[in-house]
Design a protein. Structure first.
Length: 542
């Protein structure tokens, strides 16, 4: 077997479902093997940020490896922001970059795509990934690739593999599966019993579940734990979409000052808050992290469990949840999830559209036809998603990069086969909306709900006095036909409902619904979020 084949088989055996990429001359030999071997399905897109987001979404929604393959320099650096997003939001993304051949390294001649030195890219990637390897020795490569892929899965963070183009066909052994790293058994037992002891004596214990629960495939186990302990469960903002298929007493998503105040109160007044895999950040907490009293929190994430002010190191969330289950009695107690009061029953009249109407229309659709997964961009579309039924959601809720939604939805459909709803603002659509042009050749048919308020609305909410936040009218719906899909512009609730029904009924082509709204039509959640953020940063008085 060759080094390229060993890498592709290794990726597959470690859980990769497909590859997304854009070639370049430093990557052409590897791309040739990718195509000819057919080891993994392979999709090319148009712009490297989209490649990174699509691969990230694949990894997120399957809790396994997403893979992005790019060329050296221009390709890899073009994708850096997506890698940053995956790092920040703990997504298991494998970045593979073609590179100059070993035989090209001698001599004074600069190579194209080179910045300072030929090692610059590797150094930059060290900062954006949790483990890296330069495949310059086929004898060591199997072990090195195995280590890097294990790091990717165990830490659920991006890793970097640099592949010199003249070693693609070098003979190589298969990539092994390394044993997973495990916690010190006594530390694990003690940690779990300390946690259970604290929960047993608390009056109002609550579980707050975050993204790691999905990343490590722990939804059912955490749901089981909550039933055994009879604890209510809230998800973080980033964890939205968790437990959509699980039986637990889900009370909704905690977004601090920006969200439902009864959920905020339950979480903030809990005298023992068990945070499982939560990214403790401003957006997750609706900028109210200070409201949590550390003495009464248990925070398990990043292979560490902090109990009040002390911590247990090198202990994964998976091991912790398993041990908590070990130490608790099986019950046949059924959960009684609180049915959140999401808006539904859209009045299909001639009124102009506001974001809540879009949530209503989507919830009505789910009531009729069953839930669909959602990929959302950042912007008011994501805050509006908080008013949609709890279905699978991928979104950059913490790193908050624009441009995620469209390619992420495509990655989601590629890897799961499910038809997604994509939520995106006009500003973000200007960045990566063009990737939709790649749907036709792969048979993807996402339904895209484009929130067109003709502005960078979130920014305009922060700073309404600035006219640079206004955007021109690009008539996105008109562009759909040439991109291989169907597009329609809607101005009223009746038109929105009709367009959504038509989109659902039409399979095989992407369906773009360009929803026209006034710049000041925004969700209550966005308004509250911006006000809370403004108070915290002093950007806005309120
Ligand atoms: C890659 C900064 C955050 S929100 C926003 C900007 C420019 C406006 C988004 O406008 P859109 O949605 O998509 O029309 P809406 O609902 O606000 O009207 N560059 C990147 N990422 C971010 N987050 C920014 C800039 C930003």
């Amino acid at each position: 077997m060759t080094l390229a084949e060993a890498l592709l088989n290794g990726l597959k055996e470690h859980g990769a479902a497909e590859l997304f990429g854009i070639p370049g001359d430093f990557a052409l030999p590897f791309f040739k093997v990718i195509e000819q071997s057919g080891i993994l399905p392979f999709y090319t897109l148009s712009h490297e940020p989209g490649v990174g987001f699509a691969a990230d979404a694949s990894g997120r929604c399957r809790g396994s490896l997403g893979v992005a393959v790019v060329t050296y320099g221009a390709g890899a650096f073009n994708m850096l922001n997506s890698v940053a997003c995956a790092y920040a939001e703990k997504s298991p993304l494998v970045v593979i970059s073609g590179a100059p051949g070993i035989s090209e390294l001698q001599g004074d001649l600069l190579l194209h795509h080179q910045i300072k030195t030929l090692g610059s890219q590797y150094e930059v990637m060290k900062e954006f990934t949790c483990d890296q390897v330069l495949l310059n020795d086929p004898a060591k490569a199997p072990e090195q690739i195995a280590r890097v892929l294990r790091s990717c899965l165990e830490q659920s963070r991006p890793v970097y593999i640099e592949f010199p183009r003249d070693l693609v066909n070098a003979p190589c052994d298969p990539v092994p599966l390394l044993p997973s790293t495990t916690a010190e058994p006594q530390a694990l037992t003690d940690c779990a019993s300390e946690i259970l002891g604290r929960l047993a004596t608390a009056e109002k214990p609550v579980i707050l579940a975050g993204v790691e629960v999905r990343r490590y495939g722990l939804e059912d186990k955490v749901a089981e734990l909550s039933r055994r302990l009879q604890l209510p469960v809230a998800t973080s903002f980033m964890g939205r979409g968790l437990f959509s298929d699980s039986d637990c007493q889900l009370i909704g998503s905690y977004i601090g000052m920006a969200g439902d105040q009864s959920i905020s109160e339950t979480v903030e007044t809990s005298d023992q808050l068990l945070m499982l895999g939560v990214i403790v950040c401003d957006s997750n907490f609706g900028v109210s992290a200070k409201r949590l009293d550390i003495r009464h929190t248990i925070n398990a994430s990043d292979q560490e469990v902090k109990v009040g002010y002390h911590s247990y190191q090198q202990l994964s969330l998976t091991e912790l949840v398993d041990e908590l289950l070990n130490q608790t009695e099986v019950t046949n107690h059924h959960a009684s999830p609180v049915k959140p009061n999401y808006p539904r029953n859209l009045e299909a009249d001639d009124s102009s559209i506001v974001p809540t109407d879009i949530a209503r229309a989507v919830n009505d659709l789910f009531d009729r036809d069953g839930p669909m997964p959602i990929a959302s961009d950042i912007g008011d579309c994501l805050f509006t998603a908080m008013d949609m039924d709890n279905t699978q959601l991928v979104a950059p809720g913490y790193y908050a990069t624009m441009g995620f939604g469209v390619p992420a939805g495509m990655g989601l459909q590629a890897s799961t086969g499910q038809r997604p709803i994509i939520l995106v603002g006009d500003g973000a659509f200007q960045m990566t909306g063009w990737e939709l042009g790649n749907c036709r050749r792969y048979g993807w048919d996402p339904i895209v709900l484009l929130f067109n308020n003709s502005c960078w609305g979130m920014l305009a909410t922060f700073q309404p006095e600035s006219s640079f936040n206004h955007l021109d009218d690009w008539h996105f719906a008109n562009m759909s036909a040439s991109l291989g899909g169907d597009g329609v512009r809607v101005q009223t609730r009746a038109e929105l409902q009709a367009a959504l029904n038509m989109a659902v009924a039409t399979r095989g082509r992407f369906q773009l619904i360009e929803i026209m709204m006034t710049p000041d039509a925004r969700s209550a959640t966005l308004q509250q979020f911006v006000e809370a953020q403004g108070r915290r940063t002093g950007m806005r008085k309120g």
